[in-house]
Design a protein around this ligand. Structure first.
Ligand SMILES: Nc1ncnc2c1ncn2[C@@H]1O[C@H](COP(=O)(O)OP(=O)(O)OP(=O)(O)O)[C@@H](O)[C@H]1O
Ligand SMILES: Cc1ncc(COP(=O)(O)O)c(N)n1
Length: 272
């Protein structure tokens, strides 16, 4: 196979399989890209929360990225949990050199409420990582932390997306509306410096949303690796995440994971 698209995730491990590296690789696989991963932190977590964290040494994160980029093409890459300024510095150094779309999921706090990055890392992320990104995908609390704005509705989401692009230098921003309570819809707002787009799906009533942000950003990365234009990549990724939430798995006592077979099952059903 010569035309294989190679997608890389630089993120933390979730041993319970719902979020982080595990969600990213499942998504890459389902979307028929060759998935690669650099693990920044090991977490001990499950559907109820994060019980422990163990960070990889900085030199070893650097070595993992070099092992991949010295040997294999990267057609698109994403970042998830980057726990400290030092991890971010290492990633920034490589991100500036990799000639491929960069999707940043600015992971700060887990669905369970447990913090995943050091507070001072938020400033580094804003000053040094955002300007390198092709698209950054904050949820509402993350967009509030980045911009200092209070976000209550779609207009506020548009203002935040505009500020992330115009003030902080991201090429584009997708502010996700999973946390905005609308009885019927889940709307994500995109801005690329010129125009706004809204990506809308029905709202699904479930507690099982562990890893939704990781899955969405990994799906965008996979479609960008396959060379889809950004708006189409987001549209297809939104369809993927909606189906994965619709058929999410009631596993564990807490917030269960998304279901990566769902998009494939649905497609197969449509074909037959
Ligand atoms: N209940 C829901 N029904 C339909 N779509 C949803 C629902 N919750 C989230 N989404 C969608 O899932 C994607 C991820 O959004 P969300 O705001 O949950 O991100 P997140 O908070 O970063 O996720 P995570 O749970 O990984 O932290 C977005 O496209 C959002 O619109
Ligand atoms: C290693 C890792 N990365 C990211 C998340 C965020 O995902 P969620 O907010 O769905 O818990 C997580 N819980 N764990």
């Amino acid at each position: 196979m010569t035309n294989i698209s190679c997608a890389l995730t630089i993120a933390g491990s979730d041993p319970s399989g719902g979020a982080g590296i595990q969600a990213d690789l499942k998504t890459f696989q389902e979307l028929q890209t060759y998935g690669m991963s650099v693990i920044t932190s090991l977490t001990a977590q499950n559907t109820t929360g994060v019980q422990g964290v163990h960070h990889a040494p900085i030199d070893f994160i650097n070595q993992q990225i070099e092992s991949i980029t010295n040997d294999i093409p990267v057609h698109a890459f994403k970042t998830g949990m980057l726990a400290s300024v030092e991890v971010m510095e290492t990633v920034a150094k490589h991100a500036a050199k990799i000639d491929a779309p960069f999707v940043m999921d600015p992971v700060m706090v887990a669905t369970s409420g447990d913090p995943l990055i050091a507070e001072e890392a938020q400033d580094y992320l804003k000053a040094h990582l955002l300007p390198l990104t092709t698209v950054v995908t904050p949820n509402v609390p993350e967009a509030e932390t980045i911009t200092g704005l209070t976000i209550r509705n779609l207009n506020d989401m548009e203002n935040a997306a505009r500020m992330i692009v115009k003030k902080f230098g991201a090429k584009s921003a997708l502010v996700k509306g999973g946390h905005i309570i609308d009885k019927e819809k889940a709307v994500d707002v995109f801005y690329d410096g010129e125009s706004f787009h809204r990506f809308t799906s029905k709202r699904i009533y479930t507690k099982n949303t562990h890893g939704t942000g990781c899955t969405l950003s990994a799906a965008i990365t996979a479609y960008l690796a396959k060379d889809y234009p950004i708006l189409q990549a987001i549209e297809y990724a939104k369809t993927y995440i909606t189906q994965a939430i619709e058929h999410s798995l009631d596993i564990g006592e807490g917030s269960g994971p998304t279901n990566h077979w769902a998009p494939r099952i649905k497609k197969e059903m449509e074909i037959s």
